[in-house]
Design a protein around this ligand. Sequence first.
Ligand code: GLY
Length: 367
Amino acid sequence: MASVITVNLPQQSYEITIAPGSLNRLGEYMGDLKLGHKVLLVSNPTIFQHYGQRAIASLQAAGFEVVHHIIPPGEQYKTLNSIQKIYDAALANRLERSSTMLALGGGVIGDMTGFASATWLRGINFVQVPTSLLGMVDAAIGGKTGVNHPQGKNLIGAFHQPSLVLIDPDVLQTLPVRELRGGMAEVIKYGVIWDAELFAQMEKSKNLSQLRYIKAELMDFILTCSCQAKADVVSKDEKEAGLRAILNYGHTIGHAVESLTGYTQLIHGEAVAIGMVAAGQIAVQLGIWQSEDTQRQDALIQKAGLPTKLPADLDIDAIVDALQTDKKVKDGKVRFILPTQIGVVEITDKVPANTIRQVLADMKPSA
Ligand code: GLY
């Protein structure tokens, strides 16, 4: 059975369809959108090997002319140089204004294909077929696209909404377990910031750390609630004028930890998990969140096989300094998203530096 969630936007609303086996019907779903007949499918070698031919066969059966372009895997290829190569493929294959770039892959492929589609011929159609849990619940939805600058992540980008997000949960079967756990961090985030029922259902599951422990109905619930949460927030605040910042829960300290460990020691979701533990403790220290609730959050993070402690060699002053360079700093003040109940958060720039230091010190692993 398919779940369909609408992202309601003033310029271009679109649907997120979640349906097992839907990759085989990609052509039918795209056929309903009245797009031009040329499609440039962008993927990485592993994903393309698993799913590329199925996607292409389905598109061709629906009358699309498909070409593909493969980008090597990894965040280190999320660069303007890779975008140039997508443009070269678009030019060689004479993509037109009515043509579509289709991202078949995780967040890196989605962000880059989105940015190329936002800028080629000043913007062409874009379709997201995410294959990682992080892509399904977060990166594929919302229209933020972009690449990294050598000095920082996602510093170059554009808002460009997809025409469709098609989620086939069956493709999670081939997702490496660490990536599944990383995506689960964002799911836990939605439980804390937006959806207490999602949080409660995850609490009922004995184990969230591997796909085989997660019942199909729970995975369906997780995908549907997470996509609904993201769609609700983006529909209310497409360009991050206010509310959308709550999606950065756990990302303030998470980004600092990620950048100080060179983006290699931890994957994004692991850094976000650490950031959520820190934000929860800060909220408790400020007296706005109950310590029982932060314990419930941390238990869920552990159940998903995610870290709750800082890397041992990380210097606390370095983390506090790195907070100042985050994209979310406004007028020199570091903005935190802090929970007040499970399912409710507030945005504040009034967290004393001493509180941050104390919480981080308590998160050092014991020797
Ligand atoms: N593309 C991810 C977002 O807009 O949040």
